[in-house]
Design a binder for this molecule. Sequence first.
Ligand code: SAH
Length: 330
Amino acid sequence: MLEDYFKEIGQKSYKATQVFEWLYQKNIYDFNLFSNIKQDIIIKMQEDFTNDFISIEKVLEDTDVKKFLFRLNDGEHIEAVLMEHNYGLSLCISSQVGCNMSCKFCESGRFKKKRNLETFEMVEQILLVKDYIEKRIDSVVIMGIGEPFDNYDNVINFIKIINDDKALAIGSRHITVSTCGLVPKIKEFSMLPWQVNLALSLHGATNEVRDKIMPINKVYNLDILIPTIKEYIEKTNRRVTIEYVMLNMVNDREKDAYDLVNLLKNMNIYVNLIPYNETSHLEFKKSSKNRINKFYQILKENNINVTVRREFGGNIKAACGQLRSESDFK
Ligand code: SAH
């Protein structure tokens, strides 16, 4: 990509490597300081690229989580959440301003998509957080505001950049893309020759339940989604994460657990049960610990790999889209 640019302007493609080193390894963003690049090329780059960066507007901190609100150049806001796991630091980034998927329980879905994020706006979320904490980020999940597969090309370019050894060198197995189930894009994604993880936001084990909470199910229902996931697993030989947010009396009954077992049996998946982060704007309630435990046990007894996600940042509104929606820019 950047190599093509240098070729087009009549330069050697290794210049791309030098630029990557400045930006991603030395964290220097002012082109004038790129001492191994000639002045006339710098002027050309200044004409062709913006280095008008996004900025951190607010940081909320709790013991093992930090939440960043960013301001984009057009005044829009997005957010990223940094979580400290025992296996390292993981950053959850946004892929769009708003989201068009309108999942009923999701704060981001209350606001329609305003626009896609550019590749650089996704990369900068990582660079700014890295600068702020002065530590390496070990893994990246694309699970913040937006539907990554509704911004497919920019997201794929973003992954290529952060995965590049000359840029951030985040290993592909440490990168996860989460989708609500855009079937054609899952198929496209399965063709890529890499080890990036796929997570599917399932949240319902029958069309009846899923239809109620996720409008995307009216477009790609379980009868097409599940075979697509099976094909993905076969093609890539990779295990898929199934996200299942636990909503009281909506999808957390014993029957739902047995439906889920039936839907997923014999698939190379693991289920991550997500305690729902309640928001003041939406009527959904979180499942009690007892109900989550019961659900977990049923899956376990029926040989489904399952974990319950640790709760992060309830105090600082870490659920998807909550910080942006509380800021004065709606
Ligand atoms: N659009 C993508 C990625 C962004 S949402 C997707 O749907 O996967 C990331 C995850 O957070 C999804 O599983 C989403 O359903 C879940 N989520 C949204 N709001 C939540 C909340 N209030 N509490 C817990 N999980 C939530």
